[in-house]
Design a protein around this ligand. Structure first.
Ligand code: CP
Ligand code: NVA
Length: 312
């Protein structure tokens, strides 16, 4: 099958087929191998990308800037504080202007609709670098890391423990449902992913063979290849700290929980940044089962794959 993603945006992953996601993951693996062999290329020479950040970022910003810059491209960082993003001029007009000057746009911020409007009006590929709703480039790096440890991901089991409503959990559920990876959210029921997205993912899972499960019981980690967690309080939800901490304290990923998989080779994943002592203990994230640092590196390879596939 010929896959051609040129000109496509990456907003949620919902609109990418399993084969298209597979294509990006295979490309990311090749790019990582190439980098490890010391090969250098200039595939973004003469191109520019606008990197818009309304929210903070370490990994996503650095992955986009280094992946694009080291191949001859010119990334331009635009803080939401410095440009007229929805202030003074309409978002549609900003999108039209950016589309005249850049080959692509990365957007990290609050509303998913901002990324969608940028894509609709700019005429260039727009990459969602995290919104309140989705974090699709993160999900690609997560699966690359899973596959580095266990080979083909179909039929493997990932448990997400924590705030199952958040952007990271939602994108992970989407990619698992598309690729046939069994996915279990372990959280208090009030923090399970919303019914609309769950319904869409159940339909995708029925096609791919993925099993989607939602459980308040940490015993559900049994047999898992990977335990995954994220911060209890996402950016923009700082006022929820007390309530969230109370709800999620029994769901900390510590060594006792890792041992409940019943497997010595289970790995620990975290999108980072991590609050050690809250959602995960230092013993686990800094311990031998953690692959969080490989996962962070893989942000760069997967993001480079997305840019190459859609821009070049
Ligand atoms: N995982 C992730 O998106 O990290 P940053 O917030 O540092 O970009
Ligand atoms: N859920 C977290 C992810 C950070 C990469 C947040 O949105 O803050």
């Amino acid at each position: 099958m010929t896959i051609n993603l040129k000109g496509r945006s990456l907003l949620t992953l919902l609109d990418y087929s399993g084969d298209e996601i597979r294509y990006l993951l295979d490309m990311a693996k090749d790019l990582k191998d190439e980098k490890n062999r010391g090969e250098a290329h200039q595939r973004f020479a003469g191109k520019t990308i606008a990197l818009i950040f309304e929210k903070r970022s370490t990994r996503t910003r650095c992955a986009f800037e280094t992946a694009f810059g080291e191949e001859g491209g010119h990334p331009v960082f635009l803080s939401g504080q410095d440009i007229h993003l929805g202030v003074k001029e309409s978002l549609e007009d900003t999108a039209r202007v950016l589309g005249r000057m850049f080959n692509a746009i990365q957007f990290r911020g609050f509303k998913q609709t901002t990324a969608e409007v940028l894509a609709q009006y700019s005429g260039v590929p727009v990459y969602n670098g995290l919104t309140d709703d989705f974090h699709p480039t993160q999900a690609l790096a997560d699966i690359q890391t899973l596959e580095e440890n266990f080979g083909p991901s179909k039929g493997k089991k990932i448990c997400f423990i924590g705030d199952g409503r958040n952007n990271v959990a939602r994108s992970l559920m989407v990619i698992c449902a598309k690729l046939g990876i069994h996915f279990t959210v372990i959280a208090p029921p009030s923090l399970f992913p919303d019914a609309t997205l769950t319904g869409k993912c159940r339909a995708l899972a029925a096609e791919s063979g993925a099993r989607l499960e939602f459980s308040p019981d940490t015993a559900s980690v049994e047999g898992a290849d990977a335990l995954y967690t994220d911060v209890w309080i996402s950016m923009g939800e700082e006022d929820k700290k007390a309530e969230r901490t109370k709800l999620l304290s029994p769901y900390q990923v510590n060594q006792t929980l890792m041992n409940k998989t019943g497997r010595k080779d289970s790995i620990f994943l975290h999108c980072l940044p991590a609050v050690k002592g809250e959602e995960v203990t230092a013993e686990v994230i800094d311990g031998p089962q953690s692959r969080a640092w490989d996962e962070a590196e893989n942000r760069k390879h997967t993001i480079k794959a997305v840019m190459l596939a859609t821009m070049c």
